[in-house]
Write a protein that binds this ligand. Sequence first.
Ligand code: PEP
Length: 265
Amino acid sequence: MQRTKLVAGNWKMNLLQSTGSALVEAFLQKVELRQDVDVVVCPPFTLLGRLRDELRRSHVHLGAQDVFWAEDGAFTGNISARMLADLGVSHCIVGHSETRGRFGKLDTSETTLPYFGETNETISLKIQALFYQSIEPILCVGETLAERKAGQTESVIAAQLEGALSGFDAAELFFFIVAYEPVWAIGTGETCPADEAERVCSFIREWFKNKFNDPDLPEQIRILYGGSVKAANAKELFNKPNIDGGLVGGASLDATEFATIVASA
Ligand code: PEP
């Protein structure tokens, strides 16, 4: 089955109104948008409203970087899926290694960690909330360097998938994206070799085959690679049969780089 490639840019906590708009404008001038490649831009929450207006006439989708699972209420500082839908958001990252507390990437004390640390349970609640608003989740999974060295790559990823998705039926997951993001490759400049990224993405597809009794689901689900994707390595990665595109951090902040990555898909 031919899956539509997808390239998503994760701006993380970068850019202001003026610089965000300038980046989008430069990107739209450089990129050649095609029907066979979906493009998603995930700015910080503060820029969603402005970018919605700027992207309206393009085919670029608007994505968010995180969500809170409750619909509304006393959850100071949080943003619900309903609020994202109200802003025209169509995709949302969940379980990024920078929000999963278990990786200890955040320099916070034990007492504050639970407020930042995403768990498989909260990820599952977020996915449910996104589905309810017809927002397509981009679930990040991936191992740390220590886990890779210990030969635990597959078991870590299987546990992340199981923890986030065990409550769902196959029918609910047809509009769902997984991003394989080895933690050691994120923001480090050290890309996972394309053959190894393909091997792990194929393992993820196989996981869906074994878990859900629906032969169409694993063929339909899009699996992205993320971790120091750049113009120079995107083509090799995206040419692999089980890699359906990329989740791009740093390189999505450069209009020329990101446009070239999109063209590689
Ligand atoms: C990311 O933040 O999801 C990411 C992959 O970052 P980078 O491309 O900078 O490694």
